[in-house]
Ligand binder design. Structure first.
Ligand code: 5GP
Ligand code: SF4
Ligand code: MG
Length: 460
């Protein structure tokens, strides 16, 4: 998964992108970058592995001139965690320069790349997104939006992108709209971001979501919108509401906090924990869902797990050994809250079960008498091909075990997941129009030809 940001027409565009990326750090922590172009500067890129605060130095960013900028935060798997794969990508071609930042996964990238390579194209990264650069450069259309439209014809899969072609900033979403992308305004400048929390941090106001299949272009001639791609059914990623987006954001035009609380309330109705003394969350991702659960079940919400905020998301650690060690580094239990109590531990999802198992052991050794685990999504039974780097089926605990078996492995007294219907009925403007493939097996596209390569290729 990744976070993307773009701004047009600001004399300090790079600094605004830098600030915006701070609010998109949760969407990717492996690498980050900023590109600037436009009036007052020649095209420049800066990229870093790791966190924005550590790698992107303020002085360096401030020295990047130009009034157009895009930025990117990225996470992927171990195989592709290299600086060559950091975004935004910047390339020069016969008409000038192109820069691109992508959130999503192109499911026919392998085929598209093979076609380009057959025609003599040379690639500098293993990212699926690089095919878009080549396809833009190959287009003989004259306007930037027509070039991008040309490039996107026949591209399958998930993409929310921000692109600079010459002095024009463009933003586009695939026709199914898997990933969010919002447009905002900062004084007279157009701003684009994966989530509205990145508009908040720079002081921009929200204008609207980029529509499915839409390309928006902004330059000195104004703002233009085209819908050049064949229409498809909406397939917004439900996991954005469950886990990925920040609760202070609005994605797909709706509040993430409201969605999560409703998921928690519905979970309490479907999976009550009779006789429990209190509810707690696994901070931070399940805070809002746990509040919803506590409210609905009329149980006190307590802070029983404390998270160390100087450690990144556990799941993002590329190796299993790294993930195991990180559970204790990342969380500690509050004995005074847990001792002798029957407790409800609410989490948003279980992927491999590794973190959860460690947490249950921690909660028990802190003195909890009974541990009832409640999950505000349905069991994850399949991989994602559309931009969330969930592991292969073999590593997904719910793909291989029944709920009772999982409860045994985790060491809980009871385990209850939200039903698929409950999940889809709880998210704003549900239940139709969502992708829920990793929960239901109902994939909106045929699986990619080479899923392994896809995972290691991009993992945005
Ligand atoms: P597990 O017990 O499966 O190892 O980890 C469960 C935890 O992983 C939950 O707290 C959930 O919030 C988190 N999680 C679920 N999906 C993702 C993901 O795509 N990325 C990251 N970083 N964490 C995730
Ligand atoms: Fe989201 Fe799951 Fe669909 Fe991937 S498969 S886009 S994570 S709902
Ligand atoms: Mg979590």
């Amino acid at each position: 998964m990744c976070g993307i940001f773009g701004i047009y027409g600001h004399p300090r565009a790079a600094e605004i992108s830098h600030l915006g990326l701070y609010s998109l750090q949760h969407r990717g922590q492996e690498s980050a970058g900023i590109v600037t172009a436009g009036v007052g500067g020649s095209p420049r890129a800066t990229k870093t592995m790791g966190l924005i605060s550590e790698g992107l130095k303020v002085a360096e960013v401030s020295a990047m001139n130009g009034d157009v900028s895009i930025g990117h935060t990225r996470y992927s798997t171990a195989g592709s965690s290299t600086i060559e794969n950091a975004q935004p990508m910047l390339a020069r071609f016969r008409d000038g320069h192109i820069a691109l930042a992508h959130n999503g996964n192109l499911i026919n990238a392998t085929e598209l790349r093979r076609d380009l390579e057959d025609g003599g194209s040379i690639f500098t990264s293993t990212m699926d997104s690089e095919v878009l650069l080549h396809r833009i450069a190959k287009s003989s259309a004259t306007s930037p939006e027509a070039k991008l439209a040309d490039a996107l014809q026949g591209v399958e899969g998930a993409y929310s992108i921000v692109v600079i072609i010459g002095d024009t900033l463009l933003a586009a979403r695939d026709p199914r709209g898997w990933r969010p992308l919002v447009m905002g305004k900062l004084a007279d400048c157009a701003v684009f971001a994966s989530e509205s929390c990145a508009l908040d941090i720079v002081g921009a106001t929200t204008v609207r979501e980029i529509e499915r299949g839409e390309i928006v272009a902004v330059d000195r001639s104004g703002t233009r919108s085209i819908h050049p791609l064949p229409a498809s059914e909406s397939r917004k990623c439900v996991f954005e509401y469950v886990y990925f987006a920040r609760p202070d954001s609005s994605v797909f035009g709706e509040s993430v906090d409201r969605a999560r609380r409703e998921l928690g309330r519905r979970l309490a109705k479907e999976q009550p924990a009779t006789g429990a003394d209190l509810v707690f969350s696994v901070p931070d991702s399940s805070n809002s869902a746990a509040l919803g659960y506590a409210e609905e079940s009329k149980l006190p919400f307590e802070l029983a797990l404390i998270r160390n905020h100087y450690v990144g998301r556990t799941f993002i650690q590329p190796t299993q050994a790294g993930r195991d060690a990180k559970v204790k580094v990342k969380y500690n239990a509050v004995k005074e809250v847990l001792r002798g109590k029957s407790v409800v531990m609410v989490d948003d999802s279980i992927v491999r079960g590794t973190t959860t198992k460690g947490l249950v052991a921690m909660v028990r050794s802190a003195g909890a008498r009974e541990v009832h685990m409640r999950v505000s999504s349905s069991p994850i039974t399949g991989p994602c091909y559309y931009g969330i780097d969930t592991p292969n089926r073999e590593e997904l605990i719910a793909a291989n075990m029944s709920v009772d078996e999982i409860a045994g492995v985790l060491g809980v007294d009871s385990l209850g997941y939200l039903s698929l219907d409950g999940m889809l009925e709880s998210v704003p403007s549900g239940p139709a129009g969502f992708c829920h493939a990793c929960f239901s097996g109902d994939y909106p596209t045929p699986p990619p030809a080479d899923p392994e390569k896809l995972r290691f290729g991009c993992g945005c």
